[in-house]
Design a protein around this ligand. Sequence first.
Ligand SMILES: Cc1cc2nc3c(=O)[nH]c(=O)nc-3n(C[C@H](O)[C@H](O)[C@H](O)COP(=O)(O)OP(=O)(O)OC[C@H]3O[C@@H](n4cnc5c(N)ncnc54)[C@H](O)[C@@H]3O)c2cc1C
Length: 275
Amino acid sequence: MIRPPTVDLEIVLGVAFFAESVFFKDAAAGLVVRQEGGLKAVKPEQYNEKTPLLAAYYSYWSDLPLDGHFQAWIIPHRGMAAWPTNDGCTLLIAGWPFAEFEERRGDIEGNYMSVVDLVPEFAERVRGAKREERFLGMAVPGYFRRPYGPGWALVGDAGYNKDFITAQGISDAFRDAEICVTALDEWLSGARPFDAAMADYQATRDAHVLPMYEFTAELASLEPPPPELASVLAAAAGNQEAMDGFARVNAGVTSPAEYFSEENVGRILAAAERG
Ligand SMILES: Cc1cc2nc3c(=O)[nH]c(=O)nc-3n(C[C@H](O)[C@H](O)[C@H](O)COP(=O)(O)OP(=O)(O)OC[C@H]3O[C@@H](n4cnc5c(N)ncnc54)[C@H](O)[C@@H]3O)c2cc1C
């Protein structure tokens, strides 16, 4: 719980973008710090918008062991991934381009299994397994929002969102929260005006996430990689350092901007030429 000094402002961190209530605390997502006289809806400027790119459904399966491994299959215009989760179950997610969402939503199981069937040896195991839950589906639009205004601030998905395919949202939300509260601390301690501190929060966030935002959109389109990317990935195959680097990009440790920089790409291509 953050308790700012008494100011005639409402300060909301995280989730209360639509809220009209007074004090609340949300265990999953953050906290409201303080409000005076009710929380007004704010309408932040939205930019870099993208419509949903991927429609995906997942469920939990028993008797589908993966020996602790994460597995993913990227097939042009289809994608599938599976990983072990709690209670001995495996989460299996399958998806197709959002452009096909409407035509496929009437038969979720059939369309899900049609993706699974693209990998016959795995499909056989899935058909021998048991689905333990209903299907859950999702499609996420991409956006950046100006994350502050008079009396309010946004972190996490409320301020910036993208497709889930790169699984970055939780780390992003934590990082936003840290940068945001650092900016708020600068303001509340009198070091900087609110707008200056929060404009830096926005700029830092945007600079950090933009390369991953574009990389995520590229993956979520389920299109084959464009020729330049395909040639880098082909050159990276078998080069342990380059493959580890690409794994770090997908884990959100290394920025795609760094990995796909002219210098690093040149290094990868040169190593491939040398054999
Ligand atoms: C299918 C899918 C898979 C994903 N997989 C991953 C993954 O593997 N790794 C990863 O890092 N990220 C993943 N993400 C993204 C990640 O879930 C989100 O980025 C992250 O949860 C954002 O956290 P948040 O706190 O900003 O928002 P949320 O987790 O959405 O929390 C917002 C909370 O606010 C509450 N709320 C909203 N309005 C109000 C209100 N008016 N009053 C009170 N409470 C309110 C909501 O009920 C909710 O609990 C995935 C997303 C999806 C859709």
